[in-house]
Design a protein around this ligand. Structure first.
Ligand code: 4NP
Length: 151
């Protein structure tokens, strides 16, 4: 099973989601069952480490992010079983790249799994520290539910 998180720049929300899901899988002894990756719609930050504000926020919740940004590609739709868009713009951009119904079925919104709300994981990039913590709280309460829904 292969899961891909997608946001705009792949330096804030999706690499943090990847790190949280990987941490939970590790803690639950399930790392060999689900492979996790993340990517961005935009190529602007390709190769870069995640935003230092996102890494600091993750660290406050004992999560380490090591990912280097990479762009989402059409080929990913053939290789990933579940593709989770962090917001509606990401979702429509991914959907535009799909070829068939099987691919479209694999694309979902991250917050479809959030027990406390739905819609976008708000983009923290242009805001203050609170936005990054808010992302972490959403990820931490949602990732176990994603694992349970897959396995
Ligand atoms: P992300 O955040 O999509 O969560 O990685 C952003 C990163 C960069 C930009 C916007 C959002 N940007 O405009 O460069």
């Amino acid at each position: 099973m292969k899961v891909m998180f997608v946001c705009l720049g792949n330096i804030c929300r999706s690499p943090a989601a990847q790190a949280v899901l990987e941490m939970r899988l590790e803690q639950r002894g399930l790392s060999d069952q689900i492979e996790v990756e993340s990517s961005g719609i935009d190529s602007y930050h390709v190769g870069q480490l995640s935003d230092s504000r996102m890494r600091r926020a993750a660290k406050r919740y004992d999560v380490d992010i090591y990912h280097h940004s990479r762009q989402f590609k059409r080929q990913d739709l053939k290789e990933y079983d579940l593709i989770l868009a962090m917001d509606r713009d990401n979702y429509s951009d991914i959907m535009r790249m799909t070829d068939d119904e099987t691919q479209r079925r694999a694309v979902k919104m991250f917050r479809d799994f959030d027990p406390e709300g739905s819609g976008d994981v708000p983009d923290p990039y242009y805001g203050g520290v609170h936005g990054f913590d808010n992302v972490m709280v959403m990820l931490l309460r949602t990732c176990d539910i994603i694992i349970d829904s897959i396995l």
